[in-house]
Design a protein around this ligand. Structure first.
Ligand SMILES: Cc1cc2nc3c(=O)[nH]c(=O)nc-3n(C[C@H](O)[C@H](O)[C@H](O)COP(=O)(O)OP(=O)(O)OC[C@H]3O[C@@H](n4cnc5c(N)ncnc54)[C@H](O)[C@@H]3O)c2cc1C
Length: 452
């Protein structure tokens, strides 16, 4: 535990707040989205601005503490609040400034996608971002960032123009294609390994009304519909993203296909029509809607504080056999209340960037597969985790060796290497340069000591 004199000395230069374990508000401040996380950091510095971030990193160096960085607090491993570390909490730094003429936005490191969409949509603009509004822009972008616009406009990180970063030694710098370009490369897929990003500058695109909504089918038609979905979605124009999710809805287990078309509406109607007329759905809500409507479709489902199990990979072969295995594993003893296997639609612009051009290596992937469990009661943990493992095991033969760093749980070093893929050694060199003491180690960590 840190001495109270030291804590007191640290409070003085801050514009924001410091929470030590004795302080009121500490328990609230250490809570993250995943209710399974119960880490007790040595101190939490809720920063009011860049100066506080610099000060907090100075405290960590002085006390020899590892640093956790909190953006939106959605990371499933709870890395935003590392046990015994010093948390640089950016949750009070959420401003978003839009430049409608240049079609850019600069957002602080604690902003959420809800904050971001709210500000950019006032100008009819958007960029690829998370599909649940409470997710942080920071963690999501630093790991790559998939979202409904990814096939048209690339990953969130592909739309990053620059980032302001405070490095482990307390230096403030800007990273872009023109300045600190190697760091800029690493920030686009390398996770939170290199420093605290205090603000992100994004390229924006005109996105107003989209054709979007859900098509829900009973589970007994899931295999047939997934075969159709695969053939239809793999040939679709970039304006379409369609995710197919097996889940437990109010009607029982179903296949839920969420569609978002961000192009010209009439063409979208034509593209979506074959899916709509393939087999009578239980529900069809597809209609022209403002973009924030589709961004909010899952808000109620993803309530903070639930317990989470995630396991994910990229589809290698989306064969009939893969569909059989995935649907059968889901149908076998689905535990309630929220179990899902989501097939997310990649490709398009995501794949037109070379794997070595940004730190996000998995450019070839056409679909991501995410096994997801959420539950409330700790007593249900082992049943839920066992179900998740079984489903992932069934899907695994059809997945490639890679992993999406933002969907990774605590899965060991081999999986972390798989997540950074062919870019691992270059990222390790960057880590040695910017964080040789591995101060930022609460993340999908690239240890600075990695031997090339
Ligand atoms: C409900 C839900 C929905 C999701 N939807 C999507 C989705 O649509 N698309 C997608 O791609 N992913 C999605 N994810 C995964 C998401 O990308 C990761 O959980 C990501 O880490 C969230 O970022 P955050 O800032 O909220 O996380 P945090 O938990 O705050 O941070 C996670 C890690 O990111 C790093 N980090 C965070 N902020 C900073 C910063 N400012 N500077 C440096 N490092 C930082 C740190 O290493 C930190 O440990 C979702 C997750 C959840 C729980």
């Amino acid at each position: 535990m840190l001495a109270s004199a030291r804590i007191q000395a640290w409070r003085t230069p801050l514009r924001g707040r410091l929470f030590s374990p004795e302080d009121e508000g500490y328990d609230e401040a250490r809570r993250v989205f995943n209710g399974m996380i119960d880490s007790r950091p040595a101190a939490i510095v809720r920063c009011a601005g860049v100066a506080d971030v610099m000060a907090a990193l100075g405290f960590a160096r002085e006390a020899g503490l590892p640093v956790a960085v909190r953006g939106g607090g959605h990371g499933v491993t709870g890395s935003a609040v590392g046990e015994g570390g010093l948390v640089v909490d950016l949750s009070a730094m959420r401003s978003v400034r839009v430049d409608p003429r240049r079609r850019t936005a600069r957002a602080e490191g604690g902003a959420t996608w809800g904050d971001f969409d709210h500000e950019t949509q006032a100008f009819g603009l958007a960029t690829t971002g998370g599909i649940v509004p409470s997710t942080g822009i920071a963690g999501l972008t630093l790991g790559g960032g998939i979202g409904y616009l990814n096939r048209k406009y690339g990953l969130a990180c592909d739309n990053l123009l620059s980032a302001d970063v405070v490095t482990a030694d307390g230096q403030w710098l800007t990273a872009s294609d023109d300045e600190n370009a190697e760091l800029f490369w690493g920030l686009r897929g390398g996770g939170g390994n290199f420093g605290v990003v205090t603000s992100f500058e994004y390229r924006l695109h005109p996105v107003g009304t989209v054709l979007a909504g859900e098509l829900v089918f009973p589970l007994d038609r899931a295999k047939e519909m997934l075969r159709f979905y695969r053939d239809w979605s793999s040939a679709a124009p970039d304006e379409l993203r369609a995710d197919a999710t097996l889940l437990l809805g109010p009607e029982g287990p179903v296949l839920d296909i969420i569609v978002c078309w961000c192009g010209e509406l009439e063409e979208g109607e034509r593209v979506v029509q074959p899916l709509r007329s393939m087999s009578a759905p239980l529900l069809d809500t597809i209609a022209p809607v403002p973009y924030p409507v589709v961004q909010n479709l899952l808000t109620e489902v993803f309530r903070p504080g639930l317990r989470h199990y995630w396991k994910a990979g990229f589809m290698r072969t989306f064969s009939d056999a893969a569909i059989e295995a995935i649907v059968d594993s889901f149908a076998d003893d689905v535990p309630s209340p929220f179990a899902a296997i989501a097939i997310e639609h990649l490709g398009g612009a995501v794949g037109r960037v070379e794997p070595q051009d940004t730190a996000f290596a998995h450019r070839h992937a056409q679909y991501s597969v995410l096994v997801l469990r959420m539950w409330q009661d700790p007593a249900d943990s082992s049943a839920n985790i066992a179900w998740g493992r079984r489903c992932f095991h069934a899907a695994a033969p059809f997945l490639d060796e890679g992993a999406y760093v933002n969907y990774l749980a605590d899965e060991g070093e081999a999986r972390v290497r798989a997540a950074y893929g062919g870019n691992y050694e270059r990222l390790a060199a960057l880590k040695r340069r910017y964080d040789p003491a591995n101060r930022f180690r609460f993340n999908q960590n690239i240890p600075a000591s990695t031997v090339s």
